[in-house]
Write a protein that binds this ligand. Structure first.
Ligand code: AHR
Length: 491
């Protein structure tokens, strides 16, 4: 059976914000210490950053980076992490049951962001922290005035304000596992007061509310209360979403896209309904500010389990690609997304003291973030289907497409969710013409369980081919269990 993908450049879904390719780095396991930041390592630069890690991160082209947590932030005092390193206190760290040395803190984070060309996004402690501490952090980072905390920053060697634009208030406040869990009412009240004073310190900042991570709890009420209490103080509602193939059922895992679509659509619907009910005119976007594949609790010791050193395989890479397809298809509402996380901890980059390797999920991230245009297209596609559990008639190909208006470039992103079948597909342009060859970049490996490792760093990799095409259409066969990005200049 022939499959069809039809692309009409005039059918546009909206502008894609590059921040959907964001990252998240938490004080957790070997993300910073022994990953990004390893003073004394022969691989570190003069400021202690691992240059091999920085190079790999630059390839991912992440425009925004969330920090410092995660669960960690709900017990974090930012003042512990500034000033002379030798004077910084070590503290018991309750979220991940360890000790935080505070050798890495706000200024190191800003330096890191500048090195990998990313905008810092700081989450304040709305767990056991208060709004005074939150507003002080904004002053320390962003104030250009002659005030105590701006002067403290100067004293710490940073004359110019850091100008941190994105600020989140709290992390996963809807989960009992969080230090300082809050009921919907408690959080809506706290959010408003935190946001108010933070904005008074710097009116230019963008604010993110922690909306949903516990999808089994009362998320409708949470969003309603947040938008009742603080309609003018919320720029993004943040949702979290982790998936995994716990049942070892490939078809079911490939159908996870439906659950993601369901959640994004539900959040969009809630925002739209509240905007209508409360006559809210300003934009309120969705930030999926933690998402990834995560199996949780692997390893036999507490330290192993709490380090979250997940190893990813090919099927996980397909799922990561499907997430980007969903973010692109929901470009009108999803304006930020942060893969959780970036190095060693449930991450695309894995280090040892001497080396690193790129996990399977690195490849879709790099391909998508580099090829994605600024306009999401409304693609029509049809063809083979599959069933999983009680879901039927799911299209085997999962597709999105973007247009880069300035460069006149088309990118078509296709995940072939069949384990066994290559899928022959006719790809047609309804308007415009291909100019020259189409480049096909394919992520694949010997089987769905293939993993990369220090010994086999390229078990799953990217292969590039140039395709000769007619001006308006061509036939392409998508390999089984693969991600393909077709990139073409347009006339
Ligand atoms: O990313 C790992 C953890 O997942 C984060 O700390 C928390 O926010 C989420 O539950």
């Amino acid at each position: 059976m022939m499959n069809y993908i039809k692309i009409d450049l005039d059918r546009q879904l909206g502008h894609i914000h590059p921040n959907i390719f964001g990252g998240f780095a938490e004080h957790l396991g070997r993300c910073f210490y022994g990953g990004i930041y390893e003073p004394g390592s022969p691989l570190a630069d003069e400021q202690g950053f691992r240059t091999d890690v920085l190079d790999a991160l630059c390839r991912l082209n992440m425009p925004v980076m969330r920090y410092p947590g995660g669960n960690f932030v709900s017990g974090y005092r930012w003042m512990d992490g500034v000033g002379p390193v030798e004077a910084r206190p070590a503290r018991p760290e309750l979220a991940w049951e360890t000790v935080e040395l505070n050798h890495f803190g706000t200024n190191e984070f800003i330096q890191f962001c500048r090195k990998v060309n990313t905008e810092p996004y700081i989450v304040v402690n709305c767990g056991d922290g208060d709004m005074r501490e939150a507003r002080d952090w904004v002053e320390y980072c962003n104030s250009a005035q002659n005030t105590a905390l701006a002067n403290l920053r100067r004293q710490h060697g940073f004359d110019a304000p850091h100008n941190v634009k994105y600020w989140g208030i709290g992390n996963e406040v809807d989960g009992e596992w969080q230090i300082g869990y809050k009921t919907p009412e408690e959080y809506a009240r706290a959010y408003k007061e935190f946001a108010k004073v933070m904005r008074w310190v710097d009116p230019s900042i963008k604010l993110l509310a922690s909306a949903i991570s516990n999808w089994r709890a009362e998320f409708v009420e949470r969003i309603q209360l947040l938008l009742d209490h603080a309609p003018n103080l919320i720029d993004y509602l943040a949702i979290h979403w982790y998936v995994g193939n716990q049942e070892n059922d490939f078809a079911k895992y490939m159908a996870v896209s439906e659950l993601l679509e369901e959640r994004i659509s539900a959040t969009e619907g809630l925002i739209n309904a509240m905007k209508l009910q409360r006559n809210i005119q300003r934009p309120i976007a969705i930030a999926v500010d933690e998402w990834n594949v995560w199996y949780r609790a692997r390893g036999s010791t507490l330290a192993e389990r709490n380090n979250l050193e997940e190893k990813y395989n090919l099927e996980d890479a397909l799922v990561v690609a499907m997430h980007f397809n969903a973010f692109i298809r929901h470009a009108r509402s999803v304006k930020m997304a942060n893969i959780a996380q970036i190095v060693n901890v449930i991450a695309p980059i894995f280090t040892s003291p001497e080396d690193l390797f790129l996990q399977t999920i690195f490849h879709p991230f790099e391909l998508y973030s580099r090829a994605c245009g600024n306009i999401a297209l409304d693609v029509f596609w049809t063809g083979d289907t599959f069933s999983a559990g009680d879901q039927t008639a799911l299209r085997t190909l999962d597709v999105s497409a973007t247009l880069d208006e300035e460069a006149r470039k088309l990118a078509v992103f296709v995940v072939n969710r069949s384990e066994k079948d290559a899928i022959e597909t006719s790809i047609t342009l309804d308007s415009g013409h291909f100019a020259g060859p189409v480049q096909a970049h394919t992520i694949n490996g010997p089987d769905i369980k293939a993993e990369n490792s220090f010994d086999h760093p390229d078990a799953v990799g990217v292969f590039k081919t140039d395709l000769k095409v007619e001006r308006k259409d061509f036939v392409y066969t998508f390999e089984p269990h693969s991600v393909t990005v077709l990139v073409s200049a347009l006339e």
